[in-house]
Design a protein around this ligand. Sequence first.
Ligand SMILES: [Zn+2]
Length: 140
Amino acid sequence: MDSTLPAVAEELLKEIKKAFQETSHVPDDLLLGLKFIFGPSAVPALDLVDQRSVTRVTSPSGRTAYQVLGSAGKLYTCYSSCHFCTCPAFGFTVLQKSESLLCKHILAVYLSQAMGACQELSVSEEQLTSILLAEEEDEG
Ligand SMILES: [Zn+2]
C-alpha cells in the first residue's frame, strides 16, 4: 500500500481485509469507520465492490491499472500506485478543493483489493497503452 492515505485510513483498510478474510463480511464498526473517514464516498464505493465493478488490468510487463465501471455506466481508469482517478469528482473535490481523500472509484479499488473482489483482465502492452491514452485524450 502506498503512503498517500493517512495512516488511519490504511489501518482501517487492513482491518477490513483481515475481517473479510476471516468472515467474508465487513463488520458494522468497520463500516462506520469507513463512512467516518471517507465520508460520502464510502457507501457508493461499497456498492461498486458489490457489483464487481472493479477490474484489474495487467500487461505482460507487469504494468497495472484499474478500470472502474461508474454508476452512470462510464468507465474510469484508476491508478492505485499514484492515487489518481480520471473522473471529474476526483479532479474537483480531491485535487482542487481537498474536500475528500479520494473519490468512490479509488476507494472501490482499495476495498476490492482488501476483499479480493477484483475482476482480472490480462491485456497486451499495446492494449494497456491504448487504455491509458484514451483516458488522457478524454480529459483534455
Ligand atoms: Zn473517480
